[in-house]
Ligand binder design. Structure first.
Ligand code: NDP
Length: 328
């Protein structure tokens, strides 16, 4: 089997998850990891894979079929993406939804000029959820699409509770509202407010001597983060916190509720994810799409692309004939 030569740029949660997903893909080989940190300080799962300085990446253009960008969406990808799109076929998980059109344009120009493919905003949201929003709307044009997130750990909200005076450790989970989802699944087309769609749940370890009521009140009234939601605050000990709240679960639901035919028959399309680890799943999606990027590039495609532009068969290591036989 010819193997696709993959490299990873940026080694955080996604980088580690991508390495693990490549290990599960016999048609791929991880040839290098690039980091802005001292390469000697970056420990991979497989110590035989070389870590290089990101500053030297230009020298590796002939060795890499697809580069998986695992930097953060806020400041890493907007800076690294356009540079790297001019040198490599790339795939990333850029998730600042409002800025996707702008980021697409920033990748398209260098990728076109270099004759490379730049696939952006791959993952679950944006990514698999986007595809399911598209399916719902295209198939049931008369209706509404609803996205519910959770149960999931929110990094930004967890940071916010940890900044509250008296909090020693804290996490925040976003939960979809069961009554709201039941209405949607029932074929109603409700207009849901922010408060009606999701609830928030915090698990807090207090500093010695801190007052629980004061901490709870500071959290639930915090503008922008909690004031618009129904929030439950649970106080637990450090041991329970370490044991039960150190993974990064996430997930959610895309539901299209629509009507078809002349009798307005109700139709509900639902896609859901329940993820034990958000970064491990996101990087598994990235690795499957890296395979598609390789095939698109081999077929002579160039420029920026999103999940909407990639045929699903390209994600699989199987041939089109195998897929027709086994999966249709
Ligand atoms: P991390 O913060 O773990 O990693 C981001 C970058 O930070 C790494 O590439 C790495 O770059 C650097 N870094 C990591 N660890 C350290 C460290 N110990 N010290 C200093 N620098 C470090 O982010 P995640 O991997 O969890 O997530 C990356 C992005 O993925 C998120 O910003 C999010 O936007 C996106 N995402 C997208 C999803 C989707 O569905 N589309 C879902 C989930 C996440 P370097 O090696 O160069 O230092």
């Amino acid at each position: 089997m010819t193997q696709i030569n993959i490299a990873i740029a940026g080694y955080g949660n996604l980088g580690r998850g991508a390495e693990a997903a490549i290990q599960q893909s016999p048609d791929m080989r991880l040839v290098a990891v690039f980091s802005r940190r001292d390469p000697a300080s970056v420990e991979l799962l497989d110590s035989s894979v070389p870590v290089h300085a990101m500053a030297d990446i230009e020298q590796f253009q002939n060795d890499i079929d697809v580069l998986i960008l695992c930097g953060g969406s806020k400041s890493d990808l907007p800076e690294q993406g356009p540079d790297l799109a001019g040198m490599f076929n790339i795939v990333d998980s850029f998730d600042t939804h409002a800025k996707i059109p702008e980021y697409f344009a920033a990748l398209d120009q260098p990728a076109q000029a270099a004759g490379k493919v730049a696939l952006l905003s791959v993952g679950w949201d944006p990514g698999l959820f986007s595809l399911n929003r598209l399916f719902g709307e295209a198939i049931l044009p008369q209706g509404e699409t609803y996205t519910f997130w959770g149960k999931g750990l929110s990094q930004g909200h967890s940071d916010a509770v940890r900044r509250v005076a008296g909090v020693k450790s804290g996490v925040q989970y976003t939960l979809p509202s069961e009554p709201a989802m039941a209405r949607v699944r029932n074929g109603e087309l409700p207009q849901l407010t922010t408060r009606e769609k999701h609830t928030r749940e915090c698990f807090i370890v207090l500093e010695d001597g801190a007052d629980a009521d004061t901490v709870r009140n500071t959290i639930v009234t915090m503008p922008d983060y909690f004031a618009d939601y129904d929030t439950t605050v649970n106080f637990i000990d450090q041991h329970t916190f370490a044991e039960q709240h150190s993974s990064m679960p996430h997930g959610g639901f895309v539901i299209r509720s629509g009507e078809s035919g002349s009798d307005n028959t109700k139709q509900v399309l639902e896609f859901s994810l329940k993820l034990g680890s958000n970064p491990e799943f996101t990087s598994s999606v990235l690795v499957a799409y890296a395979r598609a990027v390789y095939k698109l590039s081999q077929a002579g495609e160039t420029g920026a692309k999103t999940v909407f532009d990639v045929a699903p068969g390209l994600l699989s290591p199987k041939t089109p004939a195998q897929l027709r036989k086994e999966m249709l």
